[in-house]
Design a protein around this ligand. Structure first.
Ligand code: PRP
Length: 183
């Protein structure tokens, strides 16, 4: 679906499909310059990263294996507690590999901080992060994100993999929801 199919549920489009694809093409060029000839593994974090992984990986001018993790916040059930439970681990042994974590959004940074530390404990050659979106004002931990598509304001966004109650992941653009959707 695109913004036109959202009707009154859409407040505004923040980033168009064209802008997303153009930025991912730029990032893919930079990423390939870093990893060409190296043993690279792309790691996506389900479910939000599916769209970014699909487009970023296809924009690379060469082959790179892809693997997936699924995680959830542990304990209280509140999101971004920083304590993470692995629901689905990698199928790949990453010893000696250059791991690039591909994400849709870094919000508080707590999830990625935990995942990065967890992967670093498995003796990879390196672990870096690429995210389409980042909210600098929401950061609760300092986390080194090597490739960022867009820095955005601290507001709730959906689309291009990002959901509200599992909906709108399939929106082509990134946008904000009208207040009545939350009511
Ligand atoms: C989102 C996103 C990151 C995390 C970022 O996932 O994909 O993994 O939140 O938040 P943080 O920086 O505050 O830790 P979510 O938990 O919504 O799961 P999903 O990918 O299945 O939508």
């Amino acid at each position: 679906m695109d913004a036109a199919h959202m009707g009154a549920d859409l407040e505004k489009v923040l980033i168009t499909e064209e802008e997303i694809h153009a930025r991912l093409d730029e990032l893919a060029t930079e990423i390939w310059a870093e990893y060409e000839g190296k043993d690279l593994l792309l790691v996506g974090v389900l479910k939000g990263a599916v769209m970014v992984m699909a487009d970023l990986s296809r924009a690379l001018p060469g082959t790179a294996p892809v693997d997936w993790m699924a995680v959830s916040s542990y304990g209280s059930g509140t999101k971004s507690s920083g304590v993470v439970r692995i629901l689905k681990d990698l199928d790949t042994d990453i010893t000696g590999k250059h791991v690039l974590i591909v994400e849709d959004i870094v919000d508080s940074g707590l999830t990625l901080s935990w995942i990065k530390a967890n992967l670093e404990s498995r003796s990879p050659a390196s672990v870096e992060i690429c995210t389409l979106l980042r909210k600098p004002e929401a950061a609760k931990v300092e986390i080194d994100v090597k490739w960022v598509g867009f820095d955005i304001a601290n507001e709730f966004v959906v689309g291009y993999g990002l959901d509200y109650a599992e909906n709108y992941r399939n929106l082509r653009e990134v946008g904000t929801l009208a207040p009545h959707v939350y009511a």
